[in-house]
Ligand binder design. Structure first.
Ligand code: NAP
Length: 261
C-alpha cells in the first residue's frame, strides 16, 4: 500500500498538558503539526523540543480570544504547511467559585477562552484553512466530563464545556455529508498544570490541603487515578485517523470511568 502523504494538523494550547501530548502523538502519526498558545517563548521552546525529537512541528503565538490573532495563526499555518486536515481545539482554562460571587470578567473570559474560541477557530479553519472545500477533515474539540454533568463551584467552566459539546453535535451533523467529522473528547481528571491549579482552588475554597482534595477526587474515579495526557491524546489520534470516518457528532469520555454517559 502506498504510504499516506503527510496531513496537516493544527493544535491549540499545545505547550502544556493535553495539547502537548496531542501535538507529539499526531506528529508521530505522520502529521505536520502547527501549534499555538499565548506565551510566545513557550511556543518557541516547545517547537524546538519536538523538532529535536525528529517531529515535523512548527508554530506561533496565538490568543484564541482574538479574531485577528486566530486569523493570522491559521494563515501562518497554511503558509507553512498547507491546508488544514485536522483541527484540535484544545486551549482552555479553568474557572469558577461560588456562583453568587462570580464577576462578569471571570464569566466572560471562561466562556470566551473555552467556547467562543472553538467557534472562532473552527470557522477560520473551515475558511482560511480550506477545510470547507475538502472531502475529508477532522475537527476535534477537547471538552470535559464537565460538559456533560454539573461541577460544583465550576458553573462557568461547566457551562462553557456543555456549550462545546452542543456545538460539536450540531456542526458534526451539519458537516457529516462532507467527509469532515466533528467530535468532542471529554477528559475527566487529567494530571496537568491545569489540574494542579484546580486542586489549589478547591483547597482554598474548602479550607483544606491540596493533598486532601487529590484524595477526594481520586476516590470519585472508578479507576482510582487521574488519566494521563497521553491517554487523552490516544483518543484524539484515533479520531484523526481514516478508521474513525464514521464517528461524528459524538462526545467521548477519557476519564477512568468517572462519567459513564
Ligand atoms: N486537566 C484536566 O483535568 C482537564 C479535564 C477536562 C478537560 N480539560 C481540558 O483540556 C484542555 C487542556 O487542558 P490542560 O489541563 O492540558 O491545560 P494546561 O496544562 O493549563 O494547558 C493549557 C494550554 O492552553 C494554552 N492557552 C490557555 N489560554 C489560551 C488562550 N487564550 N489562547 C491560546 N492558548 C491558550 C496554554 O498556554 P498559554 O497559557 O501560554 O496560552 C497551554 O498551552 C482544556 O480545554 C481543558 O479545559 C482538562
Amino acid at each position: 500500500m502506498p504510504q499516506q502523504s503527510q496531513r496537516v494538523a493544527l493544535v491549540t494550547g499545545a505547550t502544556s498538558g493535553i495539547g502537548l501530548a496531542v501535538a507529539r502523538l499526531l506528529a508521530a502519526q505522520n502529521h505536520r503539526v502547527y501549534i499555538g498558545a499565548r506565551t510566545a517563548e513557550n511556543v518557541v521552546s516547545t517547537v524546538k523540543h519536538l523538532q529535536e525529537e525528529g517531529l515535523d512541528v512548527d508554530g506561533s503565538a496565538v490568543d484564541v480570544r482574538s479574531n485577528t490573532a486566530v486569523h493570522e495563526f491559521v494563515q501562518a499555518a497554511v503558509d507553512r504547511f498547507g491546508p488544514i486536515d485536522v483541527l484540535v481545539n484544545n486551549a482552555g482554562r479553568s474557572g469558577g467559585g461560588v456562583t453568587a460571587d462570580i464577576t462578569d470578567e471571570l464569566w466572560e473570559d471562561v466562556i470566551d477562552v473555552n467556547l467562543n474560541s472553538v467557534f472562532r477557530m473552527t470557522r477560520e479553519v473551515l475558511n482560511t484553512g480550506g477545510m470547507r472545500t475538502r472531502s475529508r477533515g477532522r475537527i476535534i474539540n477537547v471538552a470535559s466530563t464537565a460538559g456533560k454533568q454539573g461541577v460544583v463551584l465550576g458553573a462557568p467552566y461547566s457551562a462553557s464545556k456543555h456549550g462545546v459539546v452542543g456545538f460539536t453535535k450540531a456542526l458534526g451533523n451539519e458537516l457529516a455529508p462532507t467527509g469532515v467529522t466533528v467530535n468532542a473528547v471529554c477528559p475527566g481528571y487529567v494530571e496537568t498544570p491545569m489540574a494542579q491549579r484546580v486542586r489549589q482552588g478547591y483547597a482554598a475554597a474548602y479550607d483544606t490541603t491540596e493533598e486532601a482534595i487529590l484524595e477526594k477526587f481520586q476516590a470519585k474515579i472508578p479507576l482510582g487515578r487521574y488519566s494521563t495526557p497521553e491517554e487523552v491524546a490516544g483518543l484524539v489520534g484515533y479520531l484523526a485517523s481514516d478508521t474513525a470516518a464514521s464517528i461524528t457528532a459524538q462526545a467521548l469520555n477519557v476519564c477512568g470511568g468517572l462519567g459513564n454517559f
